[in-house]
Design a binder for this molecule. Structure first.
Ligand SMILES: [Zn+2]
Length: 77
């Protein structure tokens, strides 16, 4: 998966194709562009952009973030 590839882009967080998806977004981190399919995935990415950019397994990052949220019980996502 190459985030710089403009065609056949997939969401960096959940892996869904962003092509034609309403509400998809592009965020930049460290000079690279990342595709996000929805506001929820944007929030995940914004909480740990360096980890996603480093190519860590998105699923484990999301699990960490969710655990973090549970601890803090912020109640909003
Ligand atoms: Zn997504």
């Amino acid at each position: 998966m190459n985030p710089d590839d403009a065609k056949d882009e997939t969401c960096i967080v959940c892996g869904k194709a962003t092509d034609g998806v309403a509400g998809f977004a592009h965020l930049y981190h460290d000079g690279r562009r990342f595709a996000l399919c929805c506001p929820l995935c944007v929030q995940f990415f914004q909480r740990a952009p360096a980890r996603f950019a480093a190519g860590e397994r998105p699923q484990s990052i999301v699990e960490d973030l969710l655990a973090d949220v549970k601890w803090k019980e912020t109640g909003r996502w």
